[in-house]
Write a protein of this length. Structure first.
Ligand code: C2E
Ligand code: CA
Ligand code: CA
Ligand code: CA
Length: 273
């Protein structure tokens, strides 16, 4: 019994430390939103599977903490969501990504949080931003996860509908990790599915991931959805995906996320001209 109690005490202490660390990050994130050199948007190029031409880039948020160094979005995005900071962060990324999209001849993709999508004002806010920038909505793709789309209020679907009416393209992120059916995606009228990198990782291990991806690609094609494979790290994976008929590839094999200036170089754009 006493051992059980002390285990609990240790657990309680760890919880405490964890909560404290979380609160620290939350506070620092508020400060980062005020500063302008801590938060940066990097872009990971996306290529056509056939021909390997750059067709797009995904905006990925980066935070350089003044003392702790780089903090990964997998850590700070969930904290931002809980702390009510995600909408400000999201707006920042979207604005930055739009200004890049206006200078680049490729589609720019931006991740949208479930919290943002549940806000009834989201689509209107995006429309307002586009109007103020003079941005062509067809140049932007918004990525959202299956779980972000499964809210009971129907608010997410309303937003998706309004965004699509503006001409924005919608991609389902991390596809295969949630529970949505392709028929639901068709009803939502999305444009693209991004096949989660866990499937690509399983290629060649004999656990059937190739068959799953092949089935996803074929069903997507039958319903006129585009497919992007995430996390492509090897030539063998890329070749296999291309043969399967996957439309686009993204991953370290082709390029890691890079600062915007490097995308300029990649595209042969001289921003000062
Ligand atoms: P995600 O949307 O699935 O983004 C892809 C992640 O995979 C990125 O991690 C990217 O750097 C990483 N990645 C790319 N190629 C490879 C590869 O070949 N192998 C492996 N193992 N990983 C690869 P990152 O940048 O750390 O972002 C993590 C997640 O944080 C994103 O996952 C996204 O869910 C979220 N996130 C990032 N930026 C934003 C943002 O501006 N807003 C929101 N709401 N979420 C964001
Ligand atoms: Ca994404
Ligand atoms: Ca993803
Ligand atoms: Ca992810």
């Amino acid at each position: 019994k006493s051992a059980g109690r002390s285990r609990y005490a240790v657990f309680g202490k760890e919880m405490d430390t964890m909560l404290q660390a979380r609160r620290g990050i939350e506070q620092d994130l508020r400060a980062a939103l005020q500063a302008d050199d801590q938060l940066q948007v990097h872009y990971q190029p996306i290529y056509s599977a056939a021909g390997r031409k750059i067709t797009g880039a995904e905006a990925l948020l980066r935070w350089r903490h003044p003392e702790k160094g780089w903090i990964a979005p997998d850590i700070f995005i969930p904290i931002a969501e809980e702390a009510g900071l995600i909408e400000r962060l999201g707006e920042r990324v979207l604005r930055e990504a739009c200004t890049r999209a206006m200078a680049w001849p490729i589609t720019v993709a931006v991740n949208v949080s479930a919290i943002e999508l549940r806000n009834p004002a989201y689509a209107k806010r995006v429309a307002k931003l586009f109007f103020s920038l003079g941005m062509d909505a067809r140049r932007l793709e918004l990525e959202m996860t299956e779980s972000a789309l499964t809210d009971n209020s129907g608010q997410c679907e309303e937003n998706v509908k309004a965004l699509r009416e503006m001409g924005i393209r919608i991609a389902i992120d991390d596809f295969g990790t949630g529970f949505s059916s392709l028929s639901r995606l068709q009803r939502l009228d999305v444009d693209r599915i991004k096949i989660d990198r866990s499937f690509v990782k399983g290629f060649g291990t004999g656990n059937g991931d190739e068959a799953i991806v092949q089935a996803i690609v074929e069903l997507a094609r039958a319903t006129a959805l585009k497919t992007t494979a995430e996390g492509v790290e090897t030539d063998a994976q890329a070749t296999c995906l291309e043969e399967m008929g996957c439309d686009n590839l993204q991953g370290y094999l082709l390029s890691p996320p890079r600062p915007a200036s490097e995308i300029d170089d990649l595209l042969g754009i001289n921003p000062s001209s």
